[in-house]
Design a protein around this ligand. Structure first.
Ligand code: SF4
Length: 438
């Protein structure tokens, strides 16, 4: 830290899901209230926050390696404050303290109040700010947490142990945050929850995600609303109808299937069968015109046979998702699967299954995207990426276009698609937007 022992700069390193990104946004907001400036180089920061993820072994290894780097940094500069948050921080903080003595504060996911207590105790700042406030930076899109934790305890998942049981935020708080973000120029909101479809069940008033979407849809200045992550067993017709009717809610749903084998789904404790999942997909497609679908899949779950893997593969062939996120199973200590099952599928088999899905999906995504060539799409522009502008369609397709004039950040423009790839589309401004930019 500087000579007055008051930090003036910070660096945040975030790994993992959108929930972590949203939590980091809140930390930034508190730091900005305290007058701290962000720096891109951790070596020149007075405070470093590491927002960790342990959902997969690979993510955890990255976090542990970063903690190793920070140990060396702390040795060189003992004044730097190192704060660890995210899913690596569980209730066993004593054990973590022993393992990582160079960390000054451990605070659980989203526990901004612990950060403020630490600041007060150390006489750094008055500790103003709250865990529910909107991120300070104004940008085109923002995340808003609506429900924390998860009650599902899927056999492989560490989240309920680290983020706790489901806790919905009162609707009024959420609306207040959304209104403030829209006032600052945010045009797209993504509502977040580990299991967002169960929003509201624990609140005193009767409400659910469909009701919340309806109210957020009424916020002035906002153009688009998204939400993540859905659970097939909790996605009801009322929600599907809300997506289909509300003009700002985008036609894109991420609906993790995880496996196409009923035996594996049962062992995973997912609460639905492959045929129920397919039925739900049919209903969504019938109800929401032009909907884009993405999913998550785990390969190499304990005991997964080639036949069970092929059932997953067949389901993907049947649905033809726009996007598939595939991960190789890894034991997460403390979960039901880690305690009761053997991680017996060899790594090379997991990799081979993962590659088979990725290769297949690459072609499917390309075929779906090629149908968009020649079409004019509405793109919400996020930022400039090199020489090109980058934005997204309502269906979450990434679009790049070039323009020598104009600043398109935060605008919705019409882009004529010239070329489609599996992961993105490239085009040019449609005529009317060229004229506006000139
Ligand atoms: S629904 Fe299952 S996979 Fe998703 S966060 Fe909850 S326990 Fe984890």
């Amino acid at each position: 830290m500087n000579s007055l022992n008051k930090p003036v700069s910070y660096h945040i390193w975030t790994v993992g899901c959108q929930m972590n990104k949203a939590d980091s946004g809140k930390v930034e907001s508190v730091f900005s209230k305290w007058g701290l400036q962000p720096v891109s180089d951790p070596g020149s920061a007075d405070v470093i926050v590491l927002n960790s993820c342990v959902v997969r072994k690979k993510a955890e290894n990255r976090v542990l390696s970063k903690l190793g780097d920070l140990r060396a940094l702390k040795k060189k500069n003992p004044g730097v404050a190192i704060l660890l948050t995210g899913c690596l921080v569980d209730s066993q903080v004593g054990e973590l303290r022993h393992q990582f003595p160079h960390v000054d504060l451990f605070f659980g996911p989203g526990r901004i109040s612990d950060l403020m207590d630490w600041s007060r105790t150390n006489g750094l700042f008055g500790g103003t700010g709250s865990s529910g406030e909107a991120p300070s930076e104004s940008s085109t899109s923002a995340y808003v947490n609506v429900i924390e934790g998860c009650d599902n305890f899927c056999s492989y998942c560490i989240v309920p142990y680290r983020r706790g049981r489901e806790k919905s935020r009162p609707k009024e708080d959420i609306l207040c945050e959304v209104t403030e973000l829209a006032r600052r120029g945010v045009r797209e909101i993504t509502l977040l929850g580990q299991n967002i479809d169960s929003y509201g069940h624990d609140l005193p008033q009767t409400t659910d995600l469909a009701d919340l979407l309806r109210e957020v849809n009424g916020a002035d200045g906002l153009d688009r609303i998204r939400f993540l992550t859905s659970h097939p067993k909790d996605m009801k017709l009322k929600l599907i109808n809300a997506i289909s009717c509300l003009d700002k809610v985008c036609e894109h749903i991420n609906l993790p299937v995880q496996s196409g084998s009923d035996e594996i789904l049962r062992s995973m404790r997912r609460g639905y069968s492959a045929s129920q999942y397919l039925e739900l997909i049919g209903l969504i497609r019938k109800s929401i015109s032009g909907v884009a679908l993405s999913t998550d899949v785990i390969v190499g779950y304990p005991g997964e046979t080639e036949k069970q893997f092929l059932e997953t593969f067949n389901l993907l062939e049947q649905v033809r998702f726009d996007t598939v996120h595939v991960a190789a199973y890894s034991h997460r200590p403390g979960t039901w699967a880690a305690v009761n099952l053997k991680d017996e599928v060899p790594l090379e088999v997991k990799k081979e299954r993962l590659n088979r899905i990725e290769d297949f999906q690459k072609n499917v995504s390309l075929e779906i995207n090629r149908k968009l060539e020649g079409e004019v799409l509405q793109v919400l522009v996020e930022r400039k990426a090199g020489e090109k502008w980058m934005g997204r369609t309502r269906t979450d397709k990434l679009v790049f276009f070039q323009s020598a004039t104009g600043n398109f950040s935060g605008n919705i423009v019409s882009v004529k698609i010239n070329r489609a790839g599996p992961w993105s589309l490239t085009g040019e401004l449609a005529e009317e937007d060229c004229i506006a930019a000139a």
